[in-house]
Design a protein around this ligand. Sequence first.
Ligand code: PMP
Length: 359
Amino acid sequence: TGERVYNFSAGPSVLPEEVLKKASDEMLNYRGSGMSVMEMSHRSRIFEKIIGEAEERLRRLMDIPDDYAVLFLQGGASLQFAMVPMNLMGRTGRAGYIDTGHWSSRAIKEAGLFGEVEVLASSADRGYTYIPAMSPIPEGLSYVHITTNNTIYGTRYTSLPDTGDIPLVADASSNILSEPVDIRKFGIYYAGAQKNLGPAGVTVVIIRKDLAGGHLPKTPTMLRYDIHVEKRSLYNTPPCYAIYMVGLVLEWVEAQGGVQTIYAQNQEKAELLYWFLDQSDLFSTMVEPAYRSLTNVPFFLPSEELTQTFLKEAEAQGLVNLKGHRSVGGLRASIYNAMPKEGVEALVAFMKDFERRYG
Ligand code: PMP
């Protein structure tokens, strides 16, 4: 086996090497237990400590207050698209959504199964290259849903919409822990783990506790927030190993200096790439500067042929998974927390050289 590559995958994506090494060291015998975390009862004291510590670390890193629960669930962010309306829509039967691309459209579609959906704003008119302003919120909404970072289009909220007393629900799958957030501004803040938090298989849901318990009558037990809050994510067997890995990633984030430090690193990485794109005559990016993502950077070359050449040559240099999402084409570099600055520098150096040869 050769060297590790710089992996720009949108998710599952790069994990910190230290974390993978630690998991590897602890694989056969977790801290003297004589077994792997994969082999443990989820009811054992040792696993309770693992899940408890993961929760505590996230609470510290994000400054999550006591009136919020931290849940480790399954089904990905996609199941949250259904769980959110099943548990919250009952309040008024209507919810507001902001449409900022593919994933928010999926959330909208799912919510429509359980009530009336009002699309309060959309950036579809300019190809989802910006975050739309929201008109005054109508009365009687159960909640308002946003996607804080749009993985495919490379946009992100740089200031939050003011929803007053109406709970703000956010899909933060592709930018949780990449920048500081005030969790008190949200009713629910959820994210699939497989980008910034760990491997696929666990979804983190941070929920203000008073929002649990209002589920629609036939909501399956497994899809009720109140059950998971009451049972502390142990109603049934949780994704134990993925939760353990999230714990290791959170430990790594703490060791980096926390979210502020990570944020500064992410800004530096993103600026390197955007600076190059903005001055390039060959490469281009569509996203309006005010809304540029720190974690997903889509960019384009003038032809499909050149795009294919780019991908092939990049891969030969150990720069992999740079293909854009199939719905928009082009190229995309996902530069989550675990992507070192050296990876972005290597990418920019390659792009410069590519422009010199093909520009
Ligand atoms: N929301 C966003 C913003 C995403 O990027 C993704 C996955 N790329 C999803 C939702 C879907 O997540 P999952 O596959 O965990 O259901």
